[in-house]
Design a protein around this ligand. Structure first.
Ligand code: ZN
Length: 321
């Protein structure tokens, strides 16, 4: 029975999402729990092991499925299942595949979280089978997974799709990667919150501060979205700037790769029409006509399950090898 099911894990900086699915990717049982990355690697690993056991039991299985896929923040080496660096987990040089195989005695396949989200949408989303699909997630940072000609494209060192580090302002702000003006410095959830805090520090942004509950620590991308939804001009201005930068960044990959579908996921996409409209205007202005014809840009169909179902897809692929 153990080969009729697989386990998928979406390991993120804030939550661990775990599921048992059948060979068609139908979820039998799932669980979501906070990562609590600050408590250290061993704590998080123990938690992953515990959630795998929980979902196995919840699914009514007597033993843990033989194949497990896990999506983790990168950069990482999926062949060795080795995470080089995961700043939002505080991890460096972690042999995740080895550690989980030791603990669970099953075959573990590790993938980059954004890549697996693209794979999840490609295998199980509303537009499954779209052979040139780009998945983009905009939250704390900006991640991207590329399905090209029906296959996940990872690049020579498994590092393709770093759209967050495309420069959109050559002399702009310093990015965590060491360069200046990367898309991530303008269009991530972190950047939206920073723009808002700067306004408030200048004695402006009263509408945003109100949406943040009059607390400076409440100034987040969500607070900016709430203020924008209430018609606050300064919040709308931030989302317009963010949306335009996103459109510019996306135009590079659309002109380069000519995808038919771009799926947008992550918390910042909940910012709604002000951001979407600005992004679309800028994107369509800069993409050449032949690359605009078939292009559709839509919210990720699987929502926050894209990565989880990608991990399931990854385990299924491994089980067929
Ligand atoms: Zn950068």
């Amino acid at each position: 029975m153990k080969n009729h099911f697989v386990t998928g894990v979406d390991l993120g900086g804030t939550k661990i999402y775990t599921a048992v699915a059948d060979l068609k990717g139908r979820i039998l049982a799932e669980t979501k729990t906070p990562t609590e990355a600050g408590k250290g690697i061993d704590f998080v690993l123990d938690k992953i092991v515990a959630t795998v056991k929980q979902v196995t039991e919840k699914a009514g299985l007597s033993e843990i499925p033989a194949y497990l896929g896990i999506g983790a923040p990168g950069p990482l080496d999926p062949q060795r299942g080795f995470i080089y660096q995961a700043p939002n987990l505080g991890w460096q040089d972690v042999p995740l595949k080895f550690l989980l195989e030791e603990a669970l005695h099953v075959s573990v396949t590790v993938g980059n979280d954004a890549n697996l989200a693209a794979l999840g949408e490609f295998c199980f989303g509303d537009y499954k089978g779209a052979s040139n699909l780009i998945y983009i997630t905009i939250s704390t940072g900006i991640g991207c997974g590329l399905i090209l000609n029906g296959e996940l494209y990872q690049g020579a060192d498994y590092s393709a799709g770093e759209i967050g580090h495309l420069a959109v302002e050559p002399d702009g702000l310093l990015c965590s990667c060491g360069n200046r003006g990367c898309l991530e410095t303008i269009a991530s959830g972190t950047a939206i919150a920073r723009f808002a805090r700067e306004l408030v520090q200048q004695g402006k942004g009263t509408g945003i501060l109100k949406a943040a509950g009059d607390l400076s620590e409440g100034i987040t991308a969500e607070a900016v979205s709430r203020a924008a939804a209430a018609g606050d001009q300064e919040a709308l201005g931030i989302l317009d700037k963010t949306g335009r930068a996103l459109g510019l960044g996306l135009s590079y990959i659309v002109n380069l790769l000519n995808p038919s579908l771009i799926l947008l996921g992550g918390g910042a996409m909940k910012a709604g029409p002000p951001l979407w409209q600005a992004m679309n205007v800028e994107l369509r202005r800069r993409v050449i006509k032949s690359n605009r014809n078939k292009l559709r840009i839509l919210p990720a169909a699987l929502g926050d399950r894209s990565g989880l179902l990608g991990a399931v897809a990854c385990a299924l692929q491994a089980s067929r090898l």
